[in-house]
Design a protein around this ligand. Sequence first.
Ligand SMILES: Nc1ncnc2c1ncn2[C@@H]1O[C@H](COP(=O)(O)OP(=O)(O)OP(=O)(O)O)[C@@H](O)[C@H]1O
Ligand SMILES: [Mg+2]
Length: 258
Amino acid sequence: MSKIIAITNQKGGVGKTTTTINLAAAFANKKLKVLVIDLDPQANATIGLGISRELIDATSFDLMTKDINASDVIYRNLDSKFEIIPSSVKLVDAYEILLNKKDNELILFNKIKDLKEVYDYILIDCPPTLGILVDNALFAADSVIIPVECEYYAYDALTQMVNKINQIQKNKNELSMSLTIEGVLLTKLDNRNLFGYKIIEEVKEMFPNKTFKTIINRSTHLQEAPMHGQTVLQYAFNSKGSKEYRELAKEIIFNNQE
Ligand SMILES: Nc1ncnc2c1ncn2[C@@H]1O[C@H](COP(=O)(O)OP(=O)(O)OP(=O)(O)O)[C@@H](O)[C@H]1O
Ligand SMILES: [Mg+2]
């Protein structure tokens, strides 16, 4: 079954990009065909995969604002065994350009819907905002993964995010489209900090059936891998971080078989 998943949380630094690239690598490691769409003007996924600016002609900015197809902006020559639509800082300008376009929240949906025949999983890395780019990601996606950092300020953002998802879900239902929560992913757990375990308990209480069993611990390998332009599977295949993201891939594949 083919699926488009948006990785989203308007709170910054919670592990969206880390999850996108390493989950993509973990799916690819299972011989699945994967596309990552970098929809963040910060372009952290693009840079973290070692794609330098000189190598790219077109990005998600061009896809969102010009009359071109997704296949024109897919970058294929990665060692990491999956494909990517890269981003660039130009994507900041997309907000203004898209503002007055008709059905501007459906642009990405229309551009990538046919790609479901090509890929098993399409993962969209979202910016830490709730604007038009995230609306586009949520309209294009079948489901969302919400990474939540195991720390105190996690709640407000999580509540706002869920309200946003509910609102888009309603709009999509009217168009006979759907949006589900794939799961809430607890990230950056520091096992020396007891407070993190309290967050885990409370998130599980809030989302009893939607919190992933897999928890991503703090790991220096996960931090270092993008500095080498690699996923953690390439950088340190047997590390804890690599194992946890491979475990997450298994959990998602299993959940989608049921
Ligand atoms: N499990 C982890 N252990 C240690 N460091 C992590 C972990 N996950 C993410 N990080 C680090 O935390 C920082 C933020 O992570 P990341 O870029 O994935 O978050 P983000 O939600 O995409 O941020 P933004 O909102 O800015 O896009 C990065 O420096 C990343 O290397
Ligand atoms: Mg990011």
